[in-house]
Design a protein around this ligand. Structure first.
Ligand code: FES
Ligand SMILES: [Fe+2]
Length: 391
């Protein structure tokens, strides 16, 4: 079935590539500028999306490749400790020592026990407090009540999800990801070796950053000398999975698919998964890339983290060097092309020139993404209708 699912996407793309068309929404979509620039809207988003009620992507399984591995993660405003326990289960804790609140884990590593660097309190695999230096000084406290605070966490399709708030309601990651979970399992996302983690910090609204991932209409202009040499601009087919989406975009070799036996489906298209509300997962033969975006302190600030995973572990120095080169290439593309545009958009939104931004019928993933955000905030949705048709 995995090959069939991909082959079907290729066939859907070929219809458009041969006709010079793309999937279209029934009408354009106009989003008021205030959705990006308004302080009240921004505060509501921080509370509703990033305050602990929505499961958020914090990484991929490859970052915690074995029992007892851990990694700190701070992007969502609370210090988190992501960890695989001795049984291999993914768990998350507030990365806050129960003595006086220092960070227990400062960097990624692997250990059965974790010791806070401030005074040396030690916690076990499950977060229980198991070591207190100078124990006589604390013989009046109940250690059983001083374990690390656990927060709801789950793993599905290779994606690691956390609700970043103590006391948040538990969730089912597989149910949350819906139909994308088996699809990403078939792509073996969970087994991809982790390569690098970088921050992209240009001043822009977090949704403007997400917008850069949701269409390929910009490829011919923004990526004229880079990605557009490989990928056809303004051609995509889309699918929805609850609030999440997936689209496929064709490479220029797609018309050789079927006649060139060397071409597998993933050689002739890229898959982009928009994971509500703030993550993007790119899957191609060359790499798996995860982008998570977090709001900053003001509407025009955000933090984007880019993570790379290899199709397979490099076996030679030459393979490793090629992967590093690829990571550098994509980092520069996103920073100097996509995010440079997002930064310019931020200034434009504040200029008063536009009352709304308009998403074309060919930018239909943007319609759905903005409607999903609106729905999540209890705001009226704006799309008039979704239909699949050719230009
Ligand atoms: S704050 Fe961690 S041991 Fe003191
Ligand atoms: Fe782009």
């Amino acid at each position: 079935m995995p090959a069939d699912a991909l082959a079907e996407l290729v066939e859907r793309l070929l219809v458009h590539v041969r006709a010079g068309t793309t999937e279209l929404a029934g009408a354009e979509y106009e989003e008021p500028v205030g959705a990006y620039a308004d302080g009240g809207r921004f505060a509501l988003e921080r509370e509703r999306f990033f305050g602990g009620d929505v499961p958020l992507v914090v990484g991929l399984a490859g970052q915690l490749p074995a029992p007892h591995t851990f990694v700190p993660f701070d992007d969502y405003g609370v210090p988190l400790l992501l960890r695989r326990d001795g049984a291999g289960r993914f768990r998350a804790f507030l990365n806050v020592c129960r003595h006086r609140g220092a960070r227990v884990v400062e960097q990624a590593g692997s250990a059965r026990r974790m010791t806070c660097g401030y005074h040396g309190w030690t916690y076990d695999d499950g977060g229980a407090l198991v070591g207190v230096p100078g124990a006589a000084g604390f013989d009046g406290i109940d250690r059983a009540c001083r374990g690390l605070v656990e927060v709801p966490a789950g793993e599905a399709g290779g994606l690691l999800f956390v609700k970043p708030r103590a006391g948040a309601a538990p969730f089912d990651a597989t149910g949350w990801l819906g139909g994308l979970a088996p699809f990403l399992d078939e792509r073996e996302v969970a087994t991809r070796p982790y390569l690098t983690d970088r921050i992209l910090d240009r001043p822009t609204n977090w949704k403007s950053a997400m917008d850069t991932f949701a269409e390929v209409y910009h490829f011919a202009s923004t990526h004229r000398n880079t990605l557009a040499e490989r990928t056809i601009s303004d051609t995509m087919v889309t699918d929805t999975f609850g609030p999440h989406q997936r689209f496929a975009a064709p490479t220029r070799t797609i018309t050789d698919y079927g006649t060139d036996p060397a071409l597998a489906p993933l050689d002739v298209m890229s898959l982009v998964h928009l994971i509500y509300p703030n993550a993007t997962l790119l899957v191609s033969t060359r790499s798996i890339q995860l982008y998570t975006v977090a709001p900053g302190r003001a509407p025009g600030e955000s933090l984007m983290r880019q993570r790379f995973f290899a199709p397979a572990a490099p076996e030679t120095e030459a393979e490793r060097a090629a992967l590093v080169e690829m990571c550098d290439f994509y980092f520069q593309v996103v920073r100097d092309e996509d995010w440079a545009k997002a930064e310019a958009v931020e200034a434009g939104l504040r200029s008063g020139a536009n009352q709304t931004v308009v998403f074309g019928r060919n930018e239909l993933c943007l319609h759905r993404m903005h409607d999903a955000w609106r729905a999540g905030l209890g705001l009226p949705t704006l799309s008039r209708r979704f239909v699949r048709e050719s230009a």
